[in-house]
Design a protein around this ligand. Sequence first.
Ligand code: LLP
Length: 463
Amino acid sequence: MSRSAHPAGPRHADVLPEGHYTAPPTDLNALDSKVWAQTVTRTTDGVVSVGSIDVKKLAEEFGTPAYFIDEADFRARARAWRTAFGDDADVFYAGKAFLSRAVVRWLHEEGLNLDVCSAGELATALSAGMPAERIAFHGNNKSTAEITEAISSGVGRIVLDSFQEIVRVAHIAESLGKRQRVQIRVTVGVEAHTHEFIATAHEDQKFGIGLADGQAAEAVRRALALDGLELIGIHSHIGSQIFDMAGFEVAARRVVKLLAEIRDEHGVELPEIDLGGGLGIAYTSEDDPSEPHEIAKALHEIVTRECESAKLRTPRISVEPGRAIVGPTAFTLYEVGTIKPLDGLRTYVSVDGGMSDNIRTALYDAEYTVSLVSRVSDAEPMLVRVVGKHCESGDIVVRDAFLPADLAPGDLIAVPATGAYCRSMASNYNHALRPPVVAVRDGEARVIVRRETEEDLLRLDVG
Ligand code: LLP
């Protein structure tokens, strides 16, 4: 590991260019527990560890880039959601955030259910022993094969997303001699305060069936008339990375209103409502997410109050957190490569991964932090942009952050809060090999998703 001298680049707040940062942090070696997984700490020799194993050892054994997931933290967060919602509600972990067989087993053991949205996610869940009745199947364009597989394997519910699908699912269920439990996903017309690409309850988008224009009521009419379907409830998912509970409250109120209208029109009280996922996590110290028990309390209160005023039995509530469970439990470990100081601007720090292992910065302008984790440093803060090794200038992992000015090639840096939507959205761009996911717990580390190899790439290339 050579430590080459290089100009440190801009350092002082008064000469810093425009960016998404405030002042440099007072202590660059400190690890904010808001953004790091629970067992992450700095050992006495200054190296960061997770699950009692230091990152230098982890890098030696598993290489970089790699995602390290704190299993104890994952289980604790899953349990916290389960406990907060109690026995009269269900927590469905949203597999799209990150799914592997180990994760399915952890969820099963912690008493959570699972939301899947493709045949691949369903196969992963079933192969790891998640009971089919604890699985919900989602998606705005489920294929006939997916619907058939979901129904034949006995999934607990299919969330219907369009008029065509209502008919399609009913027919397939009937042809299999089954009656499928279903929910109807409605768009409640809430403008969630999040990035446009991850807001899902305003009317002009591809998910769900509109509530305001009476379409949802019509969907209910049609579903109730079909023998192949058992309509058990209404589903709403307003978006993702949301901090403000107001959107969920409006959604809950509108869904309960629909339940009352259904009761009045059909004499049926649907027993369940699903309020989706979307709760935000801390990516930086500025983010302030709510705790599961606060969220559970708020949702229970609003649903109970609305049901009392509509003289409805309170339905069973379910929620679908993905990011809020897995997001904070993992970090990505990179080795520093080329360091390029640009005078008067910032220093570009290249790592051995990039947009292939974290597309969120390029796609949503997501903000992350980064820390030097293989040693401590008392050097001055240096404004950096952490970039990947891909052939694209938008290949940015952390847009604006501070690292010590003595940073050198061979140092290990880590980006926290990468448990959700990083490995699950990873790509092979530039034929990058997707990094492994390593679970660490009580001094033991084991690969739960292995690193891709060139052999894997070539095996797919059959031309
Ligand atoms: N339920 C449904 C129906 C969903 O569509 C989603 C996420 C969730 C639950 C879980 O949402 P969460 O609790 O994880 O926010 N790739 C984007 C996020 C897309 C979310 C898609 N649906 C990102 O990286 O921010």
